[in-house]
Design a protein around this ligand. Structure first.
Ligand code: OKP
Ligand code: ZN
Length: 315
């Protein structure tokens, strides 16, 4: 399986995040990608390929030009080790801008788009190791460790070639991806996540959010209780997979977050290591051209193994 990756992600490594005003360790660290690469490497997955660079016009189909410009200029003018929490273009305190944020975020987009291009060229499954993640990034705002929406940008790219389904299995609801395609009949968004009544991002991910206008029925949320177990999860995943089959897409994008793991430091579900092999197998059974995009997953010790278990089901 082709794995698209670049070390440019290391340029983005904020020193802390703000939680209730207190500075706490930044969960979305560069050690995450290192853990994944190391494990995939030692299990002989690959080949690893470098991203190509794509035109900014792809980004501008999903994000507001002024917002993109703001991330670029603030990132390029801030000094090393400084963190910027602006009072606009931001939806929470978990996405500070640092000196390397823009460069790393653009590389993540290129990684996702390179994977999408590979699918159009006939590849069956590609893994895009994006960092920072993207599913919380909206039209003109960053939040939840996300700046630009890698999955939405590549979905828009693939939508030029056919019908696209996005399956978001990150623990958190992908508010950014949902809002990008909320009115669209040609892109299905299905998400399984912790019930937003008591979990980030709190304001979206409820099951009455079904899409708008021509997109009604093309947005499907499955909020799940905290401490969801393997079997509860598989049951809902099978429903989500049926939704995707009914939509009959040409391409599938998986927003692959692994923070559903029982020992994730910011987690809330009870999935075990072996659950990810099964989740991968159930998704692989769809038999669709599939772009797997990395979102969350913060247990550094196990993240590589989780990712490896998941990906191996596609080989
Ligand atoms: C990003 B992704 C930790 C609070 C963290 C932000 C979560 C962002 C998750 N003290 N809240 O969906 O994995
Ligand atoms: Zn998450």
């Amino acid at each position: 399986m082709k794995i698209v990756y670049s070390i440019t992600h290391r340029m983005h490594n904020p020193l802390y995040e703000l939680y209730d005003g207190a500075k706490i360790e930044y969960a979305e660290s560069s050690a995450r990608a290192d853990s994944i690469i190391e494990t995939l490497n030692s299990n002989n997955l690959g080949p690893f390929i470098e991203p190509e660079s794509f035109d900014l016009s792809h980004v501008l189909k999903i994000h507001q030009a002024q917002y993109v410009d703001f991330v670029r200029t603030s990132s390029n003018t801030i000094s090393q080790n400084e963190l910027l929490f602006p009072s606009y273009y931001i939806s929470d305190t978990y996405a500070p801008i640092t000196a390397g944020t823009y460069v790393a975020s653009i590389a993540a987009i290129d990684i996702a788009l390179t994977g999408a291009q590979e699918l159009v060229n006939g590849e069956r499954v590609v893994y895009s190791l994006c960092r920072p993640p993207g599913h919380h990034a909206e039209h003109s705002s960053m939040g939840g460790y996300c700046y630009f929406n890698n999955a939405a940008i590549s979905a828009e790219y693939l939508a030029q070639h056919g019908r696209v389904a996005i399956l978001d299995i990150d623990l958190h609801h992908g508010n950014g991806t949902q809002s990008a395609f909320y009115g669209r009949p040609d892109v299905l968004y299905v998400s399984i996540h912790a019930d937003p009544t008591s979990f980030y991002p709190y304001r979206s991910g409820f099951n009455n959010e079904e899409g708008a206008g021509l997109g009604v029925g093309k947005n499907i949320n499955y909020p799940m209780p905290l401490r969801t177990t393997n079997n509860q999860y598989f049951k809902i995943l099978r429903k989500a997979i049926t939704d995707i089959q009914n939509f009959n897409p040409d391409y599938l994008i998986v927003s692959a977050g692994f923070d559903t793991f029982m020992y994730d430091p910011i987690g809330g579900f009870n999935l075990t290591l072996s659950a990810y092999t099964k989740i991968g197998a159930l998704i692989n059974d769809l038999g669709l051209p599939t772009l797997i995009i990395q979102e969350g997953g913060y247990n550094i010790e196990h993240l590589g193994e989780i990712t490896n278990n998941f990906l191996t089901s596609f080989t």
